[in-house]
Write a protein that binds this ligand. Structure first.
Ligand SMILES: C[S@@+](CC[C@H](N)C(=O)[O-])C[C@H]1O[C@@H](n2cnc3c(N)ncnc32)[C@H](O)[C@@H]1O
Length: 302
């Protein structure tokens, strides 16, 4: 039976607790993070992402950044602490009033440059102006999903999106379709400025140096439900987002989030991942991180 999964009620009315979810931002959110140290990384995630965006020519002097769904503000805090001199202005868009409050505190040191907009990204984005880079980190899995679709009897609105962009569907169903993430990518493409997105994917890219991380994974899978406290998220079929962005005239780049953050201890990872028996806290943290984040992808729209 087709349905619509929507977390907007949860984000509007529940006290969102990101510590009950595994987020890369929080795991690698502070220079004192034990996971950061176990992985041998020298900087928090926001600083690392800032480095990568600079290397790719997307974070330039005078940057005006819009972050959508910024959670506790940890990514932006790390980015501004490391690269604040580059950034002229920041706009944080979020559906949760409580999380906007947390972000306001986290970004206190930069308060003259940061503005907050409480609202649904799918409604706010079309009206937003003045940004030259979007960051959307681990947020699109929260957007609406059409669930339980039969590939041979698609509802008319689903068939219209699938046909418009020539999207693949599985041979047999039922399957789930990331309609909210597709709508957000459409909105980002219409803005005509670059965007960075990352999320838990259903079609992961495995780092070339670490083929053992593909063990037991479907690298061409369909969105699956992840049950969390008081709500669920869905993994994202990134190949659909890439196809939509290309059809709308954007250039796309995508890859493994593990590679983007610069985790490169392949030999250590092979041992820990294959043995699955962790003798130390460091090995246990590394295993937990690799096992989860191996499915994460990033996507840049230019
Ligand atoms: C899983 S959290 C991720 C937070 C942070 N970006 C991170 O990586 O840890 C999802 C974030 O998106 C926000 N969010 C969810 N649905 C949204 C929507 N429709 N519009 C704007 N923000 C939304 C939530 O309030 C939360 O801040």
């Amino acid at each position: 039976m087709p349905g619509l999964h929507d977390t907007r009620h949860y984000h509007l009315h529940h006290p969102v607790d990101l510590m009950t979810e595994f987020t890369v931002c929080e795991s690698l959110g502070s220079p004192r993070s034990t996971t950061l140290r176990a992985l041998g990384l020298g900087k928090p995630y926001g600083a690392i992402l800032g480095d990568r965006l600079m290397e790719k020519g997307l974070l330039r002097q005078g940057a005006r950044i819009c972050e959508v769904g910024g959670g506790y503000g940890s990514l932006m805090r790390g980015l501004l602490a490391a690269h604040g001199a580059q950034v002229e202005r920041v706009v944080m868009v979020d559906l949760s009033r409580a999380l906007i409050g947390v972000q306001r505190k986290a970004l206190g040191p930069w308060k003259d440059r940061v503005r907050f907009i409480l609202g649904d990204a799918l409604e706010v984005l079309p009206a937003l102006s003045g940004a030259d880079l979007f960051i959307v980190n681990e947020m699109i899995g929260d957007l609406p999903v059409w669930t339980g679709l039969d590939p041979n009897r698609l509802p008319a609105d689903a068939a219209a999106v699938v046909n418009r962009y020539g999207l693949a569907v599985p041979e047999t169903g039922p399957f789930h379709f990331n309609i909210g993430a597709i709508r957000l990518v459409e909105a980002l493409c219409r803005k005509g400025i670059p965007a960075f997105l990352s999320e838990h994917s259903s079609d992961p890219i495995i780092p070339r140096e670490m083929p053992f991380l593909a063990k037991g994974l479907d690298t061409n899978g369909w969105p699956r439900e992840i049950r969390l406290t008081a709500h669920s998220e869905y993994t994202i079929r990134f190949s659909h987002l890439e196809q939509v962005a290309r059809a709308l005239g954007r250039k796309v780049e995508s890859g493994s989030l593990l590679e983007l953050i610069g985790y490169c201890s392949a030999e250590k990872a092979r041992f820990i991942f294959n043995a699955r028996a962790c003798a130390t806290d460091e090995q246990a943290l590394t295993f937990e991180f690799l096992d989860h984040v191996r499915e994460y992808r990033w996507l840049i729209l230019r």
